[in-house]
Design a binder for this molecule. Structure first.
Ligand SMILES: Nc1ncnc2c1ncn2[C@@H]1O[C@H](COP(=O)(O)OP(=O)(O)O)[C@@H](O)[C@H]1O
Ligand SMILES: N[C@@H](CC(=O)OP(=O)(O)O)C(=O)O
Length: 446
């Protein structure tokens, strides 16, 4: 069985939803189809939440009216029959009356915000399921809130998903298409929660892993993973094959096409991931798998570059590091205690520099580090530039080509040798575009 995920841009217009119906039923195989919210909806719902948090009920209601008008028009164009329009309208009316009910709950808390933001996927999947019914497709809507759950550390409970799907899917063997929501889940308190922005990719991968799918396909608005960020660099091109490790590095370090955690469940269960373009379904896209055996792919030294913004660098000094063991352990225990992942690390004899992207607990972390280290002022607004490729120890000249390309850009930290597939550098955020363009020119131009 395949799991296919369609992102916001792929479901954002009635004609796109219609073309997805053709795509998913084209080959007569059974699929689980994971949908995101229509493009713009999640941001729209969050904006309503911001107004409610600020006690601006008029502002919230005006935004709700505008969003509802968008859906009313969408329905008018999506369905051909009265029965289709009625089913679509009923779903929209129900969900918007729930959204309005949230505006009456005071104060507007995080719990309500999560219920509000889940409405995007609840709407898109109901509209699509009603469209499939109108079209006579044998399909059903499987509620993600009944099989997707995160634990107290916000980690998905894949075994729960595995068990629940093993119970639920056999009840629908007569259906070719099983539609479900990306992004949304429940937390240990049973409340509605989510897998963070862009999380529908992750949902698809978790489902794909849980059912040991033959393939997970992520359908979006571009022909696969490009070698650089196409929003910032001209002349990028699709990378046809990536290993799980390479794709995981790119996703984690900022390639927006994939949610950072997407690769983890796919790799765990050995399920290949294919990135495809809804606007150009015949294009080959990118295949992500355990090994890529194509000679062209494995011989290539540099494969792709990505950038992760909003990074903070901490500079930690000790006068006693000389020959000291246990110093790094003490430092990392503090990051562990405050559940703050470290992305990059550089050490010298008496100092350690690390980067973090979550600064929620930075005050507690620095206070505790200060009890046995001296700290410089953190550097905020940094960017990690991540280069992925085949950097095995025998490959000479990798660093010289990277640093030659970066010769006009100040580099604050370097990480090389952690894996054979990643070389990362930390630069101030203002150099991001310059660095991505310089690397494109230096590493990929022929
Ligand atoms: N390396 C990259 N390769 C391809 N797309 C990228 C890359 N980096 C950033 N992107 C951006 O990711 C976008 C697709 O991701 P996203 O907006 O999350 O899609 P969806 O709405 O389908 O989930 C592309 O339109 C592109 O601008
Ligand atoms: N709708 C959610 C989840 C998601 O994955 O969206 P998309 O597939 O459009 O990136 C968001 O906007 O974050």
């Amino acid at each position: 069985m395949h799991v296919w995920k369609f992102g916001g841009t792929s479901v954002g217009k009635p004609e796109r939803m219609q073309s997805i119906r053709t795509l998913i039923t084209g080959d007569n195989t059974r699929k689980i189809v994971v949908l995101s919210a229509l493009s713009g909806t999640t941001n729209g719902l969050l904006a309503i939440g911001e107004s409610l948090k600020a006690n601006d009920d008029d502002g919230a209601n005006a935004k709700i009216d505008a969003l509802k008008a968008h859906y009313d028009q969408f329905i008018g164009e999506l369905y051909a029959t009265d029965a289709g329009k009625t089913a679509g309208q009923q779903a929209v009316d129900n969900e918007f009356s729930f959204i309005r009910s949230l505006t009456r709950i005071k104060p507007f808390t995080l719990k309500q915000e999560k219920e509000l933001v889940a409405e995007g996927e609840l709407l898109s999947t109901q509209l699509f399921q009603a469209y499939l019914t109108e079209e006579g497709v044998a399909s059903t809507l499987l509620p993600a809130l009944e099989f997707m759950r995160i634990d107290a550390d916000n980690e998905p409970e894949i075994q729960f998903t595995e068990q629940r799907l093993a119970e639920m899917l056999p009840q629908h063997t007569d259906k070719q298409i099983i539609v479900t929501q990306g992004f949304i889940c429940r937390n240990p308190r049973g409340e509605v929660d989510n897998l963070k922005r862009g999380g529908s990719d992750y949902t698809a991968s978790l489902i794909g892993g849980a059912i040991r799918a033959d393939e997970i396909q992520i359908w979006t608005d571009i022909d696969g993973m490009h070698n650089n960020d196409p929003r910032i660099v001209k002349n990028t091109f699709p990378v046809r094959e990536l290993t799980f490790d390479e794709a995981a590095e790119l996703a984690y370090f900022g390639a927006k096409i994939l949610h950072p955690s997407t690769i983890t469940p796919a790799r765990m269960f050995g399920v290949p991931v294919r990135l495809k373009n809804t606007m150009d379904p015949a294009a080959p896209g990118t295949l992500i798998a355990e090994r890529t055996d194509a000679p062209a792919a494995s011989d290539q030294v540099f494969k792709a570059v990505a950038a992760k913004d909003g990074i903070t660098a901490l500079y930690i000094h000790s006068s006693r590091m000389l020959n000291a063991y246990g110093f790094l352990r003490r430092i990392f225990e503090i990051f562990e205690k405050y559940k703050t992942p470290v992305d990059m690390l550089a050490t010298s004899e008496v100092s350690v520099s690390v980067t973090i992207d979550n600064t929620e607990r930075i005050d507690e972390i620095t206070a505790e580090l200060s009890t046995f280290c001296s700290l410089e002022e953190p550097d905020y607004d940094q960017t990690i530039i991540c280069i992925v490729g085949n950097f095995s120890a025998d490959n000479e000249g990798v660093a010289v080509r990277v640093f030659d390309a970066m010769k006009n850009i100040p580099i604050r930290m370097i990480s090389y040798g952690g894996t054979e597939s990643n070389l990362s550098m930390l630069v101030h955020g203002t150099y991001k575009a310059q660095a991505l363009n310089a690397l494109n020119e230096g590493l990929f131009s022929v």
